[in-house]
Design a protein around this ligand. Sequence first.
Ligand SMILES: *Cc1c(COP(=O)(O)O)cnc(C)c1O
Ligand SMILES: [Zn+2]
Length: 403
Amino acid sequence: MNYSLRCIRCGREYDGGEVIYTCACGGLLEALLDISSLEIDKREYEGVPLSVWKYKKLIPIEREPITIKEGGTPLYRCKRLGEKIGVKDLYVKHEGLNPTGSFKDRGMTVGVTKSLELGMKTVACASTGNTSASLAIYGAKAGIPVVVLLPGGKVALGKVAQALMHGAKVIEIKGNFDDALEIVRRLCDEEKFYLLNSINPYRLEGQKTIGYEVADELGWDAPDRIILPVGNAGNISAIYKGFRELKELDWIDEIPKMTGIQAEGSAPIVRAFRERKRDIVAEKKPETIATAIRIGDPVNAVKALAAIYESGGMAETVTDDEIIVAQKDLARLEGIGVEPASATSLAGLKKLVEKGEIDRDERIVCITTGNLMKDPEEVVNVCDRPIEVEASLEAVKKALKEM
Ligand SMILES: *Cc1c(COP(=O)(O)O)cnc(C)c1O
Ligand SMILES: [Zn+2]
């Protein structure tokens, strides 16, 4: 396939084989695919199981992919949750069921494959946790060293465990995610490591397949709205790009309204949206229980805001308490176990429906981005502890009456 990297700010184009993350002007890059030259028909996808590499023709990669079978996550129709919130046609796409437990795998299968294609010898990222877990695993599979920088003390236990076990070089810095990202960007420049944060346009080429899968599963019919958590803002930009390409292919009629949710203590994009601005003012001290989106200076903010405005979507904040309620509702009404950041999509839906900003008849797909087991410490803090009793039937029956 013919493709290049194009600056979304000034339009300058770069060769797809260049190791480059931003334009000389500072603007973000986007993979520009020559879709009209593709020989492709959606009928060839009929009956083929969902996965990232199902859509290989639409992904700018030449070589054999480094894959551990990512994507193909379930899209659940959620009747009970829909009734509770008061919407008629609600779906949840559970990205927490990817191999490492988050959607980051979609980006990393493409990003790590690209790093080999480019001849890079080491891959690196800054991470609130899931990016590092995913990169560690794909790096292991590819057989190349992985360097990850984490904000000290602020990464959920399950994620650190993954990065360690899969053999990444894990460094905790005494700072937040935004500090870690700034350092790793310079490190990659100086050491010639391949940077696999979501500023890397190829990662987003993997993540756009969330949009493809949703449309594919609904019979090439896009939902009215996609709701998802927003941290560094790569995913909302990627999914929007996926739908834009499907529209260009004429496989869908409408692009869903992209609706991004942030935690109240970490909401630069929502604030920009409220003022109808196209760029953000960074949040110096982001804070939330949803550590995966505890990001004050999202690098993809400009892309994300464009996605929101162009699709007629919106952005909203939720509190940590609202996140916990939504996390429990997902778990207890639908059997969907998610980490706190993922529950923001449902919490945001609930709030926007109550405010009258979302029509109750819309077909809505909420993306739950990461798995419950990523953050066991949070679960222990927000759920009742088990009751301890003597080892007798009587004691168990008595305890049950009290629960
Ligand atoms: C990375 C991540 C996010 C945020 O995605 P961005 O692309 O950074 O906006 C949300 N939820 C989970 C679980 C994540 O791992
Ligand atoms: Zn530029």
